[in-house]
Design a protein around this ligand. Sequence first.
Ligand SMILES: NC(=O)c1ccc[n+]([C@@H]2O[C@H](COP(=O)([O-])OP(=O)(O)OC[C@H]3O[C@@H](n4cnc5c(N)ncnc54)[C@H](OP(=O)(O)O)[C@@H]3O)[C@@H](O)[C@H]2O)c1
Length: 259
Amino acid sequence: MSGVLPAPRCILITGATGAIGAALAEEYAQTGTTLILHGRRAERLEEIARAARAAGARVLTHCGDLREAAALRRWVAEVSAAEPVDLFIANAGVNINIGGDRAGERWEETEALLDTNIKGTIAGVDAALPAMRARRSGQIALMSSLAAYYGLPITPSYCASKAALRVYGEALRGWLREDGIGVSVVMPGYIESEMCRSMPGPKPFLMTPDRAARIIRRRLAANPARISFPAPLSWACWWLAVMPPGLAEWILRRLNYGG
Ligand SMILES: NC(=O)c1ccc[n+]([C@@H]2O[C@H](COP(=O)([O-])OP(=O)(O)OC[C@H]3O[C@@H](n4cnc5c(N)ncnc54)[C@H](OP(=O)(O)O)[C@@H]3O)[C@@H](O)[C@H]2O)c1
C-alpha cells in the first residue's frame, strides 16, 4: 500500500496531554473530524478536548495508564469497534537518563519506561489492528525518535525503547501492506517539551511542538515508512548508525553526549 491517503476523519492520539500530542490534536481538530484523545492527566485532557471542540471537532477522551496493558487493550478494542479509527498515533512516552552525576538509570524507572514506551505502545496498537484489518483500512503512526538510530550514552533505555518501536513499525508495515493498512515510524529530533527539557546534553535544531505536528501531519498523508526530521540532524544520526562504531563513539564524546 502506498501513495497519498485520504484525509483521516477519525484520529486516536495517545499522550494527547503532552507537548507533541496536544499540538497534533490541535493540528487535526476541524469540523467533520473525530478525535479520540488519551492521556493520564484528566484536567489537561479536558482542556485539550475543549480547544479541539471549539475548532469544530467531535472529541472523545479517555484517561488511563499505558502500563495497565490489559485495561488499555480493552478500551482500544472497544473504541475501535465503535469508531472507524483511520489514524492511530501511538505518541505517549517517557524519558529517563543516567543523571548529571552519571550514577545511572534507576531500575524502577527503567522498568516503567519499558512498560510504557514498548509494552504499552505495542499493546495499544495491537488492540487496534483487528478492526482496521476487518475494514481493510487505517494507518498507524509509531512515535519513535532520532535517538533510535544510535544509542546515546546518557539515555540508554530510552534509545533502546525507541529503537524497538522503529523496528516494530518497519515490520508491521511489511505485514499490514496487504491488508490496506499504512504504518509510519515517526522519528523527531529535539522538540520543546517537559520531556525534552529534562534531558541533559546539547539540543541542536530544537523545534516547537506546533511545527513538529505540522510536519508529521503533512508527511503522514503520503504514508511514508519513516518520517525523520529535522533533516540535518536526521542525516547526522543516520550516519552515526552506519559509520564504524568507534568513530561514532568518538564523535558523541566530542559533542558532549558521552555520559
Ligand atoms: N520532545 C522531544 O524532543 C521528542 C523527540 C523525539 C521523540 N519524542 C517522543 O514524542 C512523544 C511525546 O513526547 P513529548 O515531547 O510530547 O513529551 P511530554 O510532553 O512529556 O508528553 C508525554 C505524553 O505521554 C503521556 N504518558 C507518559 N507516560 C504515560 C503512561 N504511563 N500512560 C499514559 N500516558 C503516558 C503523558 O501523559 P500525562 O502527561 O497525562 O501523564 C503525555 O501526554 C514521546 O513518545 C517521546 O518519546 C519526543
